[in-house]
Write a protein that binds this ligand. Structure first.
Ligand code: ATP
Ligand code: MG
Length: 416
């Protein structure tokens, strides 16, 4: 029988990768909590409509990347390709409008049918934050500053830079759309097939194309700035001022449009040049029209998401941070006391692992190898006196400790 393989573009998360994966989720939520965020988990599959109605039919995601299937009743379902649509659907279906503003943090797997490569998978994972009911430029500034603080808490602030742009309001976008259609129409036959289709339906999307010829044509396209109306301009200026006020540096990138249709005003990306073509680590923007578009009350909102795999690749190895105590019982008559002691120490919050086999020299070598801080040696003689030997693996110091004092001694040792 041939060996079972994982599905292309998916992978198992264990060992060092698992450490980093969970460290990223825990650390980033810890930061977001300081901004008043709560956790939310939405299902990993939704009715296909949830994504069709939100992400936009001319986007890469909807046009070619979705894992859609019919269930046994013929209902069209889709594995979520991103997190925002589900969070907004949840706001609407749970009628949580009285609770606005709502700040929601999520983490979990996303699914896109893409060509797998470094930093690009078919099942990947995101952390993300959605601020629903987010009014005023100060909310944009807060969302961006929170993203920065997350990256800083992960030790990545030196490897990334912030790029921002504005997509203006509806009026500005529609003026810009006309200008883009006029411009791209001149190059229609040179554009990729995808972009030719976008020309009619959503020319802004062409600016986000990864096709080389499309990119070249886009580089000469009219800039958005000339089409921004006064209020959109003021809005964006205030976002920029707010970032400066916090001392966050940014680069203006007028080609930044993002891969989803629901954005308006601020869009931003934290990018790195350490990951080749997969340089976007964290990305987001304002999506004022989305909640209403999906059938809810008009609700301004802003959010961002980051790819856990890309964050992982930028991070150094992590080590276990709970101090380890190694239990070494000598002789079968001591085993049940050892088990009882370990049970009690673990309930008191200590990490204790055990090594029952071989001579002490070999056991100490193994304890060193796993980085144990302390070793408990429990022989028959000790047991008869109700004591153990507690050895500090770093200094080599060894003390006789009464069993009823053991937990206290271990705690003191870890605290010192
Ligand atoms: P890209 O331009 O790299 O395709 P995107 O614009 O499609 O990214 P978003 O939809 O904004 O990405 O998702 C936010 C983040 O999720 C990205 O910045 C990236 O870090 C991560 N991400 C997106 N798609 C994948 C994938 N297939 N594999 C791994 N991470 C991904
Ligand atoms: Mg993509």
């Amino acid at each position: 029988m041939s060996k079972l393989q994982p599905v292309r573009g998916t992978r198992d998360i264990y060992g060092q990768l698992a450490y980093r994966h969970h460290h990223i989720i825990d650390t980033s939520f810890e930061v977001c909590r300081r901004y008043g965020y709560d956790r939310i988990s939405t299902p990993i599959f939704e009715f296909t409509n949830v994504f069709l109605r939100s992400i936009g039919e001319t986007t890469d995601i909807v046009s070619k990347e979705m894992y859609s299937f019919e269930d046994r009743k013929g209902e069209s379902l889709t594995l979520r390709p991103e997190g925002t649509a589900g969070v907004v659907r949840s706001l609407i279906s749970n009628g949580r409008f009285q609770e606005l503003p709502l700040k929601q943090f999520y983490a979990g797997p996303m699914f896109r049918y893409e060509r797998p490569q470094k930093g690009r998978y078919r099942q990947f994972h995101q952390i993300g934050a959605e601020y629903l009911g987010a009014e005023e430029p100060r909310s944009d500034v807060e969302a961006i500053s929170m993203a920065f603080n997350v990256l800083q808490a992960l030790g990545l602030d030196k490897s990334i830079s912030l790029e921002i742009n504005t997509l203006g309001d509806e009026d500005s976008r529609s003026a810009y759309r006309d200008a883009l259609v006029a411009y791209f129409a001149k190059y229609k036959n040179d554009l990729s097939a995808d972009s030719q289709m976008r020309l009619e339906k959503n020319p802004l999307r062409i600016l986000d194309s990864k096709n080389e010829t499309d990119k070249e044509i886009s580089s000469q396209a009219p800039a958005f700035e000339a089409f921004l109306n006064a209020s959109s301009k003021t809005y964006f200026e205030n976002v920029c001022k707010g970032l400066e006020n916090l001392g966050l540096s940014y680069v203006l990138n007028d080609k930044l449009v993002r891969g989803l249709d629901y954005y308006s005003h601020s869009v931003f990306e934290f990018v790195t040049n350490e990951l080749g073509a997969q340089g976007t680590v964290l990305a987001g923007g304002r999506y004022d029209g989305l909640v209403q578009q999906m059938g809810g009350k008009p609700t301004p909102a802003i959010g961002w998401a980051a790819g856990i795999e890309r964050l992982e690749m930028l991070m150094p190895d992590l080590a276990e941070d709970l101090p380890v105590t190694m239990m070494m019982p000598i002789g079968e008559t001591t085993f049940s006391e050892a088990e009882k002691l370990m049970h009690d120490l673990r309930s008191a919050g200590h990490k204790v692992i055990s090594d029952y086999a071989g001579n002490l020299k070999k056991r100490f070598a193994r304890a060193d190898k796993v980085g144990a801080k302390l070793a408990i040696i429990l022989g028959e003689e000790e047991l008869s006196k109700n004591v153990v030997m507690l050895k500090n693996m770093k200094t080599g110091e060894q003390d006789e400790v009464e069993i009823n004092q053991l937990e206290k001694k271990i705690r003191e040792n870890h605290e010192s």
